[in-house]
Design a protein around this ligand. Structure first.
Ligand SMILES: *Cc1c(COP(=O)(O)O)cnc(C)c1O
Length: 425
């Protein structure tokens, strides 16, 4: 494994310049398929006697560089990229679980993930118990005989709760199930969940890693630490009917899950990342360390400023002294707390909508992690379909505005919000 530091790996890992015509930039291999030398070579590739490229739904040289780079910056043994963060999450879970299995998840999750676990997976017989992650013991109490995974977000979107990963990892280990952490909001620069006990890390590359709001993508990084032979995962220890009798754990050891994601997950569900998007995301990853620092600095300053405004009822940002997550933030996010802030508009639902409608620099849209500042009112948009109780547990009250603070000049951002506040009746 690389001994280089994160910022260096973000620029160099995975790219051997001598192997690519000396191209300093990572080239885009825009191809669907790869010519086999002869039919023996083809047979060897399909039977894994030899590793190599077969078809871009499974792998691609540009995507491979992104994969190696993501594994390096998160400290995993391997990574697999997908068409979106959502594709990474659904394929990641479906490659692991079957009808009858159960997940214990934090209740404060990204809206799309919440719906997947709450509505769609139960249709396939995979159920989830949602717990308040503020008390790590809740995970232990929710474990059942059929529990096969813990799923959390290290920094919840949009509740911005900082999870005590090490305390939760104690319970996942005791239960013998993989601890899956969506690290999208924190980014690998601010937090590496694997160092705190995560077995599997997930990213929406669409957000801070891509960073420019141009391309969707997702990734799973495998720590290689989970013991698939503990008796709970026969799909890893018995011959796979889906891959001519391959016994994943025996043949691939620590890399069993990474390979299963490619050989069955990408093969069967097809959520491959376009090599063009991989190229765009690589450009983003190269500057992630400097961008996320500026996002974090701007967000902390803006959060402090918001706390002093008359139009603001409350401000939630883990770096604030007033945050109930300040101690966890000092432990898990000492280098910065990323760019997302939520705050409450005095005057509730209507005041929140008025602010969103009258800000000019903050774009009203459903994304985070762009270099440009973004704003949204979840109660009328992303979380509209949830009941009041669900809005409460996912941390989205009616007065809540979510900001994704960009890297513009901070004074311009303050002036823009000050102007928008005048619209409150
Ligand atoms: C956006 C997001 C996702 C989904 O990623 P897409 O790339 O939009 O599919 C998953 N988790 C978190 C925390 C997110 O913010």
């Amino acid at each position: 494994m690389s001994t280089l530091k994160l910022a260096t790996n973000a620029l160099h890992a995975g790219h051997d310049v001598t192997a690519n015509a000396g191209t300093r930039a990572v080239p885009i291999y825009q191809t669907t398929s790869y010519v086999f030398k002869n039919s023996d070579h083809a047979a060897n590739l399909f039977s894994l006697q030899e590793l190599g490229f077969i078809y871009t739904r499974l792998n691609n040289p540009t995507n491979q560089i992104l994969q190696e780079r993501l594994a390096a910056v998160e400290g995993g043994i391997g990574a697999v990229v997908f068409a979106s963060g959502t594709s990474a999450i659904s394929t990641g879970l479906l490659t692991l679980l079957k009808a009858g299995d159960h997940i214990v998840a934090s209740s404060s999750l990204y809206g799309g993930t919440y719906n997947l676990l709450k509505v769609t997976l139960p249709r396939l017989g995979i159920t989830t118990t949602f717990v308040d992650a503020d008390n790590p013991d809740n995970f232990k109490h929710a474990v059942q005989d059929n529990t096969r995974a813990f799923f959390v977000e290290s920094l919840g979107n949009p509740k911005l709760d900082v999870l005590d990963l090490e305390a939760i990892a104690v319970h996942s280990k005791a239960a013998g199930v993989p601890f899956i952490v969506d690290n999208t909001v924190a980014s690998p620069v601010l937090l590496n969940p694997i160092k705190h006990g995560a077995d599997i890390v997930i990213h929406s590359l669409t957000k801070y890693i891509g960073g420019q709001g141009t391309s969707l993508g997702g990734a799973i990084i495998d720590a290689g630490t989970f013991d698939w032979a503990n008796g709970k995962f026969p799909e890893f220890t018995e011959p796979s009917a889906g891959y001519h009798g391959l016994v994943y754990h025996e043949a691939l050891g620590a890399a069993a899950y990474t390979f299963k994601l490619i050989l069955e997950g990408l093969r069967d569900f097809g959520g491959a990342l376009s090599p063009f998007n991989a190229f765009q995301i690589i450009q983003g990853l190269e500057t992630l360390p400097v961008r996320i620092k500026q996002h974090s600095e701007n967000a902390l300053e803006l959060a402090k400023w918001l706390e002093q405004q008359d139009e603001v009822a409350w401000v939630n940002y883990p770096g604030l002294a007033s945050s109930k997550y300040k101690a966890l933030s000092d432990k898990y996010l000492p280098k910065g707390q990323s760019g997302v802030i939520t705050f409450g508009a005095k005057g509730g639902y209507d005041a929140a909508k008025a602010i969103v409608d009258n800000s000019k620099l903050f774009s009203l849209l459903a994304n985070i992690g762009d270099t440009k500042s973004l704003i949204i009112h979840p109660a009328s948009t992303t979380h509209q379909q949830l009941t009041d109780a669900e809005q409460e547990s996912t941390g989205t009250s009616k007065d809540l505005i979510r900001l994704s603070v960009g890297i513009e000049d901070i004074e311009d951002l303050k002036a823009d919000l000050k102007e928008a506040f005048k619209a409150i009746k």
